[in-house]
Design a protein around this ligand. Sequence first.
Ligand code: THU
Length: 130
Amino acid sequence: MMEELISRALEARSRAYAPYSRFQVGAALRCEGVVHSGCNVENAAYPLGTCAEGGAISAMILAGGRRIEEIVIVGGGDQPCTPCGGCRQKLREFGLPDLKVHMISPAGILLLTRTLAELLPDAFGPDNLE
Ligand code: THU
């Protein structure tokens, strides 16, 4: 399953629309055994660009999923593409604190794994509104 997540994240990255930053990102997540993926989609009006993680979450929701069980993110270069602050909060909406977030290189090599709790400690989430 990790291999499928990696290949789908790389495939998604290859379809990224990033003419402004030239930083292509792909993300692939697993939900109930199904993989959903997304890429970043930039816009000439810069703040309107969307992240790869958000695209993968949208695909999961469209398919009726609600729980992210594992996610792989791939950016460019040797540094792990850690999710931006906004994406960490989006992951919290559908992921438990022990959600594993894997960051890989464009060559498909695992660079870093963090739990969501490590990336977003003491997170505000759906539980806070119960
Ligand atoms: N980006 C993502 O898609 N996900 C991240 O976690 C970090 C950043 C995108 C947004 C923008 O299109 C480009 O990378 C440069 O910031």
